[in-house]
Design a binder for this molecule. Sequence first.
Ligand code: NAD
Length: 740
Amino acid sequence: MKIKNVVVIGSGTMGSGIAAHLCNANIPVTLLDLKTEISQNARERIHKSRPPLLIDKTKIDNIKVGNISDDFDVVKDADWIVEAVVERIDIKHQIYDKIFDSRKDGAIVSSNTSSIPIKVLSQNLNKDQKKDFCITHFFNPVRYMGLLEIVKNEDNDLNKINQLKEFCEVELGKGAIVCNDTPGFLGNRVGVYAMQIAMTEAFKMKLSVEEADAIFGRPMGIPKTGVFGLYDLIGIDLMADVLKSFIKELPESDEFHEVAKEIPLVKKLIETGYTGRKGKGGFYRMKKTDSGKIMEAINLETGEYSTSQKIDIKSDKVDLKALINRKDKYGDYAWSVLSKIIKYASSLVPGITKEFNDIDEAMRLGFNWAKGPFEMLEEIGVKNFFDKVDEYKGNKFLENLSNSKDENFYGERQKYTSIETLGKIKKTASSVDGNSSASIYRFNDFNIVEFTTKANALDYDSMDALKKATDKPLIIINESMQFSAGVNLTYTMEFANKNDFKSIEKFIKYFQETCKHLKYSKYPVISAPSGLTLGGGFEVLVQSNFVASHTNIVIGLVETIVGLIPAGGGCKEMLARWLNTKEAKKDPKYAPLKVFDIIGYGRTATSPVEAEPLKYLLPENKRIMNRNSLLEVSKEILNENKDFKSPNELTFNLPGKAVIDDMNKILEKLYNDKVILDHGLTVAKELAHVLSGGDTTKDKTLTEDDLFKLELDAFMRLIETKQTQDRIKHTLATGKPLVN
Ligand code: NAD
């Protein structure tokens, strides 16, 4: 069975996301709803979505729309029909009647339900129909969330399920995990339990919402929204509905009942319209004052709001052992929450899946956790865990483990896929090297560098690891959300605050030296990015010899936004790319002006398709839908380039002052129109100086080192200004740009 044509019924949040993602995979798709107008609006929403659901917006017309009365005939030609209508069984049943009357023999029919079991959904179907019916549970936003749970039961044709899984893995790029028909499947069953335990323990242990979020967040390798922040984001009322459905479906003996009891404060929040970010606020709210907006947090005991406090737990690293052994309330809370999550998740094996590893991977892919509960147990250590844990009677998994005391119980990761992933291969490295900012995994014929800092921000140590790893072919790749958000600004500001500009200069020089080394070392260097690839992260990529890019990237040079210019070779490489065009051969000003526009505005692209016209990526760079495949593709590149020769160094002929006048004219208008203010003008003039080639004329030839020097000098002049430092501080504190 080949899937060449899909119909999605229901064009709300999920239906439109699924249709958009099928379009990303170049699969013809028709989106049906009650009225054509509704699916048409959905198509418009897809077009305007931010972050964009489409990899290539120009393909929007490949999504056909219609309504279920006049256009239902499209179902006859579909190989797969996805139902994503409201969560009401009566409506879903009516739709299945219609679908099974029309579908072609053998076409797969699936529901995107989050809570209704297959047994109930398929109760009116005959045996043959049941074979082809399953649940495909996508996560929102569909393009960006890696997890797809394919839920089957004993009536299914397993061959079909495996074919569907392969299609979703290869064509849609999803981490497709097949699991049993149990409430909440894998991700939500464990994820919602984890949220509930984090919340109820915070109430019990009298932690503030900020304290709970500061622990049940980054220190545990969980997204920084924490638990109360996540509640606000999802919607407190929606979470209440989710809990009701779990309570209805799960037997009373299930631990879930314990943590899903109604909490009076939560009930009151919902009743008074405090449903989270979409409502008047939730556990947090924004208060408008004369001097701007202030974030407030609720007191869990009194229900009163007061200014939200920043909690500093004095640790930036994910170190679970250290966290649970802290001798303070944070340590107690962390242990209580983690041990309960581990106990609950392990009690579900083999009921919800026979592979405990699937639960971990579902938490990574569906909830963006760095590690799932079983990996957390592995990290804490089997002996440590059992020394500390209280009762776990009846939990077969833990009973067996406490008998075997096997510290290496975990075995292989990512068992749900046969792709050779980074997660699997890491454990087979012949040795592991590195420092606190990056790990180097050494294999016989190549190395891998994985950055390991927050958002993979780069510092001296990241560069050191890269440099050290070029003794063999090198793949730069990682498993976290971002390839790299750029140079570590906190690290840079620590020097600036001490007026230690010499150390900043030393770091930038080392950054340049390392990037040059990546480009010209004897062995090929491959960057395999996913997520943010900004500033310094882009400079590492652009000076690698090959690129294998995930389709979900956000790529660009954004330094001007914090009052700096790219100084790790970003200006140099972008100039080189634009100088290598037909237009630039005719007009010497063309390349500097183009790059001035791109870097000056800090333009970013949200996919390889958008990145190519800006030349952040080149046509020869590989684009990959399934993030899991980045390593395999990178290894193929290495194989195809066994006789790799490092490139020749570039030279530049730039117009110097001749193009500065043009740039100044552009700036004058922007300044007069107040698009940029005083410091914006200073930054742009420094950028203009670098991109023009400085004190040069077209007949003079500049080397890459000359360009590096121009970048470094401009960068240093800017970082020494108070206004640039103000911009950086503001961005670090608020995540937003400062216009000054
Ligand atoms: P939604 O309310 O955004 O969209 C539902 C759509 O179904 C609406 O456009 C509605 O007009 C349409 N519809 C209703 N009756 C219909 C009918 N008879 N024929 C055709 N269309 C009809 O809902 P959603 O959030 O997209 O959820 C859809 C399904 O996905 C539900 O089963 C839900 O449980 C599940 N789900 C939702 C999420 C999420 O985050 N929203 C995540 C995973 C799964």
